[in-house]
Design a protein around this ligand. Structure first.
Ligand SMILES: [Zn+2]
Ligand SMILES: [Zn+2]
Ligand SMILES: [Zn+2]
Length: 117
């Protein structure tokens, strides 16, 4: 049986063990430096590594549209600045907001603004 994840890629059902993946830090864009302060302090999200370890599968954060930041230099609370959020296998589009993560001017409480449940 073929299972498709959020990316439309086939997922092997036998692979139950979760592995760790790395993504480019969205907050600093992989530079490893804090864009807000001096480069000596390093990025607060990836601690200067430029990449962040995540547990796949992940989807782009809907709160910050994958930018890792909201309102300028504030770290996005939903993804903690990483730009992506881990979702459970078999996670589906939130029926309450239809995957937009928003409900009117507020963010959807059913999926906490992530658009998936
Ligand atoms: Zn960073
Ligand atoms: Zn975010
Ligand atoms: Zn929702």
């Amino acid at each position: 049986m073929k299972i498709l994840n959020k990316y439309g890629l086939a997922v092997k059902p036998a692979r139950r063990k979760r592995f760790v993946d790395q993504v480019i830090c969205a907050y600093c864009g992989g530079a490893g430096a804090d864009p807000k302060y001096s480069s000596a302090s390093g990025c607060p999200v990836c601690r200067g590594a430029g990449t962040v370890r995540v547990i796949p599968p992940v989807v782009a954060c809907r709160q910050c549209a994958g930018a890792g930041r909201v309102g300028g230099d504030l770290t996005c609370l939903t993804c903690k600045g990483v730009g992506v959020v881990s979702v459970p296998f078999g996670a589906d589009t939130c029926p309450r907001c239809g995957g937009t993560g928003a409900e009117g001017i507020f963010y959807c409480i059913a999926c906490k603004g992530q658009g998936i449940v």
